[in-house]
Design a protein around this ligand. Structure first.
Ligand SMILES: [Zn+2]
Length: 202
């Protein structure tokens, strides 16, 4: 039986690169991958990665209200059968869309792999990621902090390179940017540079 997988890791852990390699490998054996990208990531239809020669357009750019089960079922039945569904920026699909993808894995028997962030720069789950964590098989993609410890969190930087401080009043999860605005951090440096405002008792 096909499964739903969530491969999560902080910024810079190679999520999009791994997605593109999996897509490439499917095409190499003559099978059809189907790449989905949430519309919340407005940069473009392109699924890019820091590995420059790796990039490819998504098959589907999904707006939040799109029924992914119906969209995938239609694509699966109308053309070459889909061998695997790959979701870039998986934290930005909605909770309902993760439900749709769960049904795709069970009822259409197509494996679905989401690549995304577990938490935002304030160390809070994205709503989509919470649903992935509840329904999917979990696989962690590793990244290290500047200090070489394992990075488990992501900080967000301003243009001047300073980290934006953790602040419970901030709520801007859909801000997107490249590696110039996000950095994977270990817990020690997260508390030091982003701050402990979300962790301390008031
Ligand atoms: Zn560190």
């Amino acid at each position: 039986m096909a499964k739903l997988y969530f491969r999560y890791g902080p910024m810079g852990s190679g999520k999009s690169a791994q997605l593109l390699i999996v897509a490439y490998n499917y095409r190499e054996i003559g099978r059809r991958p189907y790449i989905i990208k949430p519309a919340a990531d407005t940069r473009s239809k392109l699924v890019g990665s820091r590995v420059e020669f790796l990039s490819r357009e998504a098959d589907l750019v999904a707006t939040p209200d799109l029924d992914l089960f119906t969209a995938i079922q239609t694509a699966h039945l109308s053309g070459e059968p889909i061998a695997c569904v790959l979701v870039d920026e998986a934290q930005f699909v909605t909770r309902q869309q993760v439900n749709d993808l769960f049904l795709v894995s069970v009822e259409l028997d197509i494996p679905v792999i989401g690549y995304g962030l577990r938490t935002d720069y304030q160390a809070e789950l994205f709503p989509g990621s919470a649903r992935w964590l509840a329904l999917a098989q979990l696989e962690e993609l590793k990244m290290v902090c500047r200090c070489n410890r394992k990075a488990t969190l992501t900080g967000r930087k301003r243009a001047d390179g300073q980290f934006i401080k953790s602040d419970p009043s901030e709520n801007d999860q859909v801000f997107m940017g490249g590696n110039e605005s996000y950095e994977a951090l270990c817990p020690i440096h997260y508390l030091e540079w982003v701050g402990d405002g979300r962790f301390r008792r008031k």
